[in-house]
Design a protein around this ligand. Structure first.
Ligand code: HEC
Length: 188
C-alpha cells in the first residue's frame, strides 16, 4: 500500500495518473500486440518530442548516417522531472543516409532518406517473459526499409535483445540502457 501511495505521488508530480495510464494504454494497444510483437509508430516526427541527434560520419562504420531520436511528449516531460521512463514510453531512433553538397554556407552534409528504425518500448511490468525481444524492462525492435511491403508494412528483423542489441548497449546499462548524454531535451 505504501508503495502504491509513493508511486501515485511520484506520478502525480510529473503528469497526472490518468495521462500516464493513457500513454500506457495507447502504446500497448497501438504498437505492441498481445504476443509482444512491436510495430513501428508512424508520424512521430510531426508530434513527438525530438530528444537529440547523432552523426556517425565514417562510411565504414556500422551506424553510418544521421540518427534522430524521438519520444512521446508526455514521456519526455515525465523523464525531465523524475529521471524515470514511464511504462509505455517509446523511443525511436531513425537512421538516415548522409547527403553532401555545396550550399551557400559551405560544403554541407544533411539527412537523406530513412532506411533503419530502432525502437525501444518501456515495460516496467515484465509483460512478455520468454520473448527474446523483451529484456531489461524494454522491448527492443529493428525495422529496415528494404523489408517494406507494397502496403508499406515492415516486420521486426531483430534477432532479439541478447543477439542484436545487448552488446552495443552495455555502455548505457547504468542509464536504463539509453545513451542519455545525447539527449539534452531530457537532461537540460
Ligand atoms: C552497433 C552497435 C549497436 C547496435 C547493434 C544497437 N545499438 Fe542501439 N544504439 C547504439 C548507440 C551507440 C546509440 C547512441 C549513439 C548513436 O546512435 O550513435 C544507440 C541508440 C539507440 C536508441 C536511441 C535511445 C538510446 O538508447 O540512446 C534506440 C531506441 C536504440 N539504440 C535501439 C536499439 C535496438 C532496439 C537494438 C537492437 C535491435 C539496437 N539499438 C542495437 C548502438 C547500437
Amino acid at each position: 500500500m505504501r508503495f502504491l501511495i509513493t508511486l501515485l505521488l511520484a506520478l502525480g508530480t510529473a503528469c497526472s495518473f490518468a495521462d500516464a495510464k493513457a500513454l500506457k494504454k495507447a502504446t500497448y494497444s497501438q504498437f505492441v500486440d498481445k504476443a509482444g510483437n512491436i510495430t513501428l509508430p508512424r508520424n512521430y516526427r510531426a508530434s513527438w518530442t525530438h530528444l537529440g541527434s547523432w552523426l556517425v560520419a565514417d562510411p565504414k562504420s556500422p551506424g553510418h548516417g544521421f540518427h534522430d531520436v524521438y519520444m512521446q511528449p508526455l514521456a519526455a516531460e515525465h523523464y525531465r522531472k523524475t529521471k524515470q521512463f514511464l511504462d509505455g514510453a517509446v523511443i525511436i531512433k531513425e537512421v538516415r543516409k548522409v547527403k553532401e553538397g555545396a550550399q551557400t554556407t559551405g560544403l554541407a552534409q544533411w539527412a537523406g532518406e530513412t532506411n533503419i528504425w530502432f525502437v525501444m518500448v518501456r515495460d516496467t511490468q515484465g509483460r512478455f517473459k520468454g520473448n527474446a525481444d523483451w529484456a531489461e524492462r524494454w522491448g527492443w525492435a529493428l525495422f529496415e526499409s528494404k523489408s517494406m511491403t507494397s502496403a508499406g508494412m515492415m516486420t521486426d528483423v531483430s534477432g532479439g535483445f541478447e543477439t542484436t542489441c545487448k552488446g552495443c548497449h552495455l555502455p548505457a546499462q547504468d542509464t536504463d540502457w539509453v545513451f542519455i548524454d545525447g539527449y539534452p531535451t531530457l537532461t537540460e
